[in-house]
Design a protein around this ligand. Sequence first.
Ligand SMILES: *[C@@H]1O[C@H](CO)[C@@H](O)[C@H](O)[C@H]1NC(C)=O
Ligand SMILES: *[C@@H]1O[C@H](CO)[C@@H](O)[C@H](O)[C@H]1NC(C)=O
Ligand SMILES: *[C@@H]1O[C@H](CO)[C@@H](O)[C@H](O)[C@H]1NC(C)=O
Ligand SMILES: *[C@@H]1O[C@H](CO)[C@@H](O)[C@H](O)[C@H]1NC(C)=O
Ligand SMILES: *[C@@H]1O[C@H](CO)[C@@H](O)[C@H](O)[C@H]1NC(C)=O
Ligand SMILES: *[C@@H]1O[C@H](CO)[C@@H](O)[C@H](O)[C@H]1NC(C)=O
Ligand SMILES: *[C@@H]1O[C@H](CO)[C@@H](O)[C@H](O)[C@H]1NC(C)=O
Length: 408
Amino acid sequence: MVHARRPPLAPLLTLLLATTAKAVDVPAQAQVIDQKSFNVLGDVPPPTVANSTTLFIPPGTTKESLFEKPFHIYDEEFLDIIGTNPTLTLLNSSGTNPRFHEAAVWVPSTDDFFFVQNAGDPAAGTGLNKSAVIQKISLSKVTAEVSAQRNATGKVDVHLVAATPAIINPNGGTNYKNRILFAGEGQGSRVAPALYVMSHNAPYNATVILDNYFGRQFNSINDVAINPRTGDIYFTDTTYGYVQDFRPETVIQKQVWMFNESSGAVAVVADGFNMPNGITFSPDGHHAYVTDTGVIQGFFGRNSSFPSSIYRYDVEEDGTFSNRKTFAFIATGVPDGVHVDTKGNLYAGCGDGVHVFNPSGKLLGKIWIGSTVANFQFAGKGRMVILAETQLFFATLKAEGAFPGQLY
Ligand SMILES: *[C@@H]1O[C@H](CO)[C@@H](O)[C@H](O)[C@H]1NC(C)=O
Ligand SMILES: *[C@@H]1O[C@H](CO)[C@@H](O)[C@H](O)[C@H]1NC(C)=O
Ligand SMILES: *[C@@H]1O[C@H](CO)[C@@H](O)[C@H](O)[C@H]1NC(C)=O
Ligand SMILES: *[C@@H]1O[C@H](CO)[C@@H](O)[C@H](O)[C@H]1NC(C)=O
Ligand SMILES: *[C@@H]1O[C@H](CO)[C@@H](O)[C@H](O)[C@H]1NC(C)=O
Ligand SMILES: *[C@@H]1O[C@H](CO)[C@@H](O)[C@H](O)[C@H]1NC(C)=O
Ligand SMILES: *[C@@H]1O[C@H](CO)[C@@H](O)[C@H](O)[C@H]1NC(C)=O
């Protein structure tokens, strides 16, 4: 077959962005979604048909056309995030086994990217014997040739990481003092949820740094983040371990905690959630974002009237939270993992892909996967790994993740 020579630059399509009526160059893998096109649908489906479990397919698009150009521009500001040639590449798919779930951590020194399997999804065939599975890929193997393809399955190996001792039901993860900090959800009533640190390199030895509050177990620690101003550890504790059938019923208030490792002090910073889940900080540390995934209730099913929300707090000098603001509400699925770029834009893994908001909560765009993204993470400047349960994606874009390496 003879291929036409590629033009020196990716072909740019010029479209009119409805919100500004201004001509913008739309990159090859992007499309403009005009929100005015669906303000009035006429025939709005009932909640038995359209609810938190359903994908919204805007008029004039299809599921296929949305995936064909997966960078969806809702606001012109998104162009500065995706740049002129964003790409999305499928790296691996794992059938029904949810291997690509959470605890997404990029280690700059080795260019390894770590993540974990879904701990509590028996319906997907995970089972507790697979629940301590940490994996990694080497991003140095993800070449320009790989990212030029939409489907590059088989080109990058997924390696198992056997931590010693095992990290039980890891779910959240972040870089911390040159090691990886994992939030473990615990198992049964005798293995308490815990925070673990694990070395970056083989033999991946691990140490528990917190497993109780004055002798009481946490419910199932879900996610962790580091306050960039103090270096303290913050974590969400929720009851997914219970509603996914591997932990006792609620044992302590579901809330957000702060842990000062050097003094040993543990303190609550926020409560009032249904299911506190993802957590991150703004690049300057003045704000914290916490998601509430109350819509998903495990064996109790879904309740679309519960929170599917991102909250923003002010973070005081002493590390405490104040002024809770409702930052965003997600229509499809829930906002699970959240991360920021160096400019303070907030990215959330949701039921149809990664949603991107500016710091005031305006939706700028989506990286559309068409299924649940529990978590994802930047790998420095211009690269992102997206965990879509049974699919592993690699994206290139212009934005840069905040906190690379995090060496507090
Ligand atoms: C939500 O929508 C889905 C898909 O249309 C439907 O199967 C489900 O029954 C709905 N849930 C409720 C509680 O109505
Ligand atoms: C889990 O592993 C244990 C120990 O290897 C084994 O006895 C048990 O049957 C396994 N359970 C399942 C559900 O595979
Ligand atoms: C990706 O490519 C592989 C190998 O050619 C193929 O088996 C698989 O079906 C493709 N996946 C998708 C989602 O297109
Ligand atoms: C996924 O990764 C595993 C481990 O490297 C490999 O055996 C498998 O072939 C890969 N599958 C796809 C579809 O890329
Ligand atoms: C791993 O083991 C080394 C050597 O004993 C030790 O210095 C390091 O602190 C350990 N790391 C963790 C995270 O346990
Ligand atoms: C954490 O503890 C250390 C050691 O006691 C102390 O110096 C520091 O101020 C504490 N951090 C905060 C935010 O309270
Ligand atoms: C959702 O929760 C509300 C408030 O608790 C309750 O009234 C309603 O019956 C629940 N719906 C479902 C489908 O469980």
